[in-house]
Design a protein around this ligand. Structure first.
Ligand SMILES: C[S@@+](CC[C@H](N)C(=O)[O-])C[C@H]1O[C@@H](n2cnc3c(N)ncnc32)[C@H](O)[C@@H]1O
Length: 287
């Protein structure tokens, strides 16, 4: 069997399994094959007509089998791409989603504008997980002072590992804390993609999420807003005048989160932003 044949065969099996949220079976089959062979994409495409080495055939079969059982590809390969950076991901943290890139885009624009008037700016990424948002911002705006917090020591250790691998460890401070509880310095911008799934919805989520991702990273309590609500109420004493908060939300949480924000910050401008699928995805609060 050639590599191309093995790839086609795996993609066919992945596509046939409808319970998986496989958005692109061919791409996932390819990522798993690259992982089995230790190749990058170019190396794989140069050698598609080669015969599959027998030991690699077994290894590839095992990886595809794990995927067919529901394990997400990023956990199998231990890597994912987010905003032009490659991150290590393990079940210690949720897998960064493409929707979250909107938060990074908006935060980069806001921070970039403010850096024109001030030499330094402190941003806190609350609930950093594997470090996706904090590290994407550090790559784009190296002069930012970034604090990344998480309540999970295992997630924070993973974020630190990612920062070291990307050569960004000196740009960030990591704090294991409940939201902003241990942050002591005044903050200019808060960014957060906190848990926002309603507890009752957990059992309806795809097997990839329900059986593999850490529930405490995604479950936002009965109304999905328990953690976001606490963050909004905890933030005021730490915020500099003119500060901003950018919060990722679920598609149906724009109005309730905007209402909460207006209750806590009556004088702030509150805006709901939609993602590429035209769904509410981000609430921006500017004091
Ligand atoms: C949806 S994940 C997002 C991870 C990452 N920011 C991203 O966008 O990929 C939410 C993260 O918030 C963290 N978290 C949950 N409750 C928290 C709390 N009270 N304080 C700090 N972090 C919390 C979880 O451990 C998890 O890593």
């Amino acid at each position: 069997m050639t590599l191309a044949e093995a790839l086609r065969c795996a993609a066919k099996h992945l596509a046939a399994l409808e319970i998986l949220e496989t958005s692109n079976p061919h791409l996932e089959a390819e990522l798993l094959l690259q992982h089995a062979l230790g190749f990058n994409r170019t190396q794989l495409y140069q050698r598609l007509r080669d015969e599959m080495p027998p030991d690699k055939e077994t290894a590839y079969h095992d990886l595809v089998w794990r995927r067919l059982c529901g394990e997400p590809t990023p956990y199998i390969t231990e890597r994912t791409d987010f905003c032009d950076i490659e991150l290590t991901v393990t079940p210690a943290a949720a897998i960064p989603r493409p929707e979250t890139e909107l938060l990074v885009e908006e935060a980069s624009v806001l921070a970039g504008k403010r850096l024109q008037d001030t030499p330094s700016l402190t941003i806190v990424d609350v609930g950093t997980g594997c470090g996706a948002i904090a590290l994407a911002l550090a790559t784009r705006l190296p002069s930012l002072q970034i604090i990344a917090t998480d309540i999970s020591p295992a997630a924070l250790a993973l974020a630190q590992r990612n920062a070291e691998r990307l050569g960004l460890a000196s740009s960030l401070r990591f704090l294991c804390t409940d939201l902003l509880a241990s942050v002591r310095q005044p903050v200019d911008i808060v960014v957060a993609n906190l848990p926002y799934v309603r507890s009752a919805e957990w059992k309806t989520l795809p097997v990839e999420i329900r059986c593999y991702e850490p529930r405490e990273a995604l479950d936002g309590g009965p109304d999905g807003l328990r953690v976001i609500d606490r963050l909004l109420r905890q933030a005021p004493p730490l915020l500099r005048s003119g500060a901003a908060l950018l919060l990722e939300i679920g598609y149906d949480q724009g109005p309730p989160v905007a209402a909460l924000a207006s209750e806590v910050f009556p004088d702030a401008a509150v805006e709901i932003k939609k993602d590429l699928a035209s769904l509410d995805r981000l609430v921006i609060i500017q004091l």
